[in-house]
Design a protein around this ligand. Structure first.
Ligand code: BGC
Length: 453
């Protein structure tokens, strides 16, 4: 019998997160597909069949159900639903109906994202998120989705990680359309916030009971040398722009450009956010360096870390403590229920993933004990999927995937996660079996942490 136990609240939501382009396969009609064909990915690979979800997502839904999960986060592919401007593809809507029904049949409540980084080619040709009309296009797309699929989902994320998307596509030129421009970044950022606001109104008009948010990527931007003014300034700047800019704009009802001055009032009838959707992977300690342009500086501070997924673990900064602190800050600032809509670790094998999962869930548990209203956790991801500019080099899955044969093999982390979900908590025995190095840290006091706490 275990002497220590980290118990999660009754009714805690356990899931995995995925996205259309990374999982479905053959999404030939979007801008990222085109980008891959042009050889822009690290290993030169293309998404190809990805996890073949367009034909058989159900087999992976079975896997998710067998893990005991009660929710799955997926996204809809705009380029499938509206392959030509103003033309709606009934067959694609029907396929998503099947998928959502299949989730419900398996006891997996869907959380659906409307935009996860990819754009239909027709939109990309019209300048994508730089074009002010994108706000209307997005609202129109949202209306179609809600009318046709709104009976099967009541939990929406409008956009996935506007901050990461804008950074990679408009500042770092690593994703399409490949810009390196502060002005383009700011313009597209404005349109993303306006698109979220418009989509929320559309969703609420049709289904007032729906819960809506957008998935916000957060990272711990701490000063590397806490006494150093430069490190502190750059850490604060990045924390403001990356972690809080979009949330503050929406919550405050007032849109300020991420760089520069001025503001405009947001006109929305519905509340901008019903919950906070938080994607967290790690920390980016900030060390100020002189010289270079603003873009160069931001790149140096954030992107090089982002692109270091396949470097050894020791060289990257993971920080469960950073997650704990950010949860406390987010709760204090916004007072909204929080779902961790992504958290995951990449490595081809599974040496460090179990400890990553345990230590991050322990941080979530600590935040809950400190009074933060965290209601659910989604591991990124179920089966290895196509990792954007990193191609197939970077693997986050609970299941290993061979993209050629489509064979899935569970990693030990799949068993670990299933056990955590079954226990609705983490027992000391589980830690002993999967990450004994964490025993002292998690159970030093032989604590018995119960639901009532
Ligand atoms: C994105 C996912 C991506 C994951 C791992 C998140 O920022 O939402 O699409 O696969 O990070 O890099």
């Amino acid at each position: 019998m275990a002497s220590g136990y980290l118990q999660f609240p009754a009714g805690f939501i356990w899931g995995v997160a995925t996205s259309s382009h990374q999982n479905e396969g053959n999404n030939t009609n979007n801008d990222f597909w085109q980008w891959e064909q042009a050889g822009h990915t690290r290993d030169g690979t293309i998404s190809g069949l990805a996890c073949d979800w367009w034909h058989n997502a159900e087999a992976d839904f079975d896997r998710a159900a067998a893990l005991g999960l009660n929710t799955l986060r997926l996204s809809l592919e705009w380029s499938r639903l509206e392959p030509k401007e103003g033309y709606w593809d009934d067959t694609a809507f029907e396929r998503y109906r099947q998928m959502l029904l299949a989730l419900h049949e398996r006891g997996l409540r869907p959380m659906v994202t409307l935009h996860h980084f990819t754009n239909p080619l027709w939109l990309a040709k019209q300048d994508g998120w730089l074009n002010p009309t994108v706000v209307d296009y997005f609202a129109r797309y949202t209306a179609q989705v809600i009318e046709r699929l709104g009976d099967l989902c009541s939990w929406w994320c409008t956009l996935n990680e506007p901050n990461v998307y804008l950074l990679m596509a408009y500042l770092a030129a690593l994703w399409p359309p490949g810009y390196r421009s502060i002005q383009a970044f700011s313009q597209a950022a404005r349109h993303q916030v306006l698109a979220h606001a418009a989509a929320v109104d559309v969703i609420k008009q049709h289904t007032p009971q729906a819960q809506v948010s957008f998935a916000n990527h957060i990272a711990a931007f701490d000063p590397h040398r806490p006494w150093h003014l430069g490190d502190r300034i750059i850490a604060h700047l990045l924390d403001t722009i990356m972690n809080r800019w979009a949330l503050d704009s929406l919550q405050g009802g007032c849109l300020r450009p991420p760089f520069g001055t001025g503001w405009e009032k947001l006109s929305m009838t519905a509340p901008p956010l019903d919950y906070l959707a938080v994607n967290y992977y790690g920390s980016h300690p900030q060390q100020f360096k002189f010289g270079g342009s603003v873009i160069g500086l931001i790149e140096q501070q954030v992107i090089h870390e982002e692109r270091a997924w396949d470097t050894p673990w020791e060289m990257r900064e993971t920080s469960p403590q950073g997650l704990y602190q950010l949860l406390l800050e987010m709760w204090e600032r916004y007072q909204l229920p929080i779902y961790i809509t992504e958290n995951g670790f990449c490595e081809m094998g599974d040496e460090k993933r179990p400890a990553y999962i345990i230590s991050h869930l322990a941080a979530v548990h600590r935040a809950i004990a400190a009074g933060v209203d965290v209601r659910g956790y989604y591991y990124w991801t179920l089966v290895d999927n196509y990792e954007w500019a990193e191609g197939w080099t970077t693997r986050f899955g609970l299941y290993h995937l061979d993209p050629e044969t489509q064979k899935r093999t569970p990693r030990p982390s799949a068993n670990l996660y299933r056990e955590i979900v079954r226990q609705n908590g983490i027992s000391e025995d589980l830690v002993k079996a999967y990450a004994p190095q964490l025993l002292g840290e998690l159970f030093a006091t032989g604590q018995l942490v119960t639901e009532e706490e």
